[in-house]
Design a protein around this ligand. Sequence first.
Ligand code: PGA
Length: 230
Amino acid sequence: MQKLLVANFKMNGNKNFYKKVNKEINKLKSKDTVILCPPFVYMPFFKFKNKNVFLGSQDIAEIDNKKSTGQINAAMLNEFAVNYSIIGHSERRANGESDELIAKKIQYAQKNGIIPIVCIGLKTKTLKVDFLVEQVKSALSLAENKDIIFAYEPNWAIGSGVQPTVKNIDKVIDVIKTTASELGFNATVLYGGSVNASNFEEVSKSKAEGFLMGTVSLKLDELFKIFKGI
Ligand code: PGA
């Protein structure tokens, strides 16, 4: 199965780092789809030669409003050939992004040809199905394009080195897919949270159709091992 491998660089790196990433990615031979999500200011460093490598943003505005200090709209992202956008990451939810705002961002991205990668979280290790279902329903409430990408990212697994079991990942993926399907959507579901080269084989046993990776994105040797399928 062809996977979606997403590198979320968060607020890390510098000019030299991203120049290096661009150089390395252009030497990459991977059968998977690779999506690199650098901070906005470093996007101009990326020019891809491979057909299966894409640029993604870590966020997007919810509206084309020109009076919106600090935000980046879809037209700007389109100018830099950005095809994907991470929406509703738990670090942004923690900064006050509501389910309503996230639904608007998903709608806005889709209307403007940008594919949302919607993060769905769980705050505790206990599997709270109702909470997951509500997040999925809300995310899809304004969505028009029936093909949608979700990333299951338990908050406690992000950057902690701790991961849920394959069984847990599979259960949540089933909940997300079933909820989406009942609403007429076809969901691709990724997993994110402490994925690295050592546990890649184990998480690959799950039903996840790809991975959203933070910390490991900064360790280029490990990241490229994952991109090459290890
Ligand atoms: P992590 O981050 O790989 O460092 O856990 C994942 C994410 O925040 O998307």
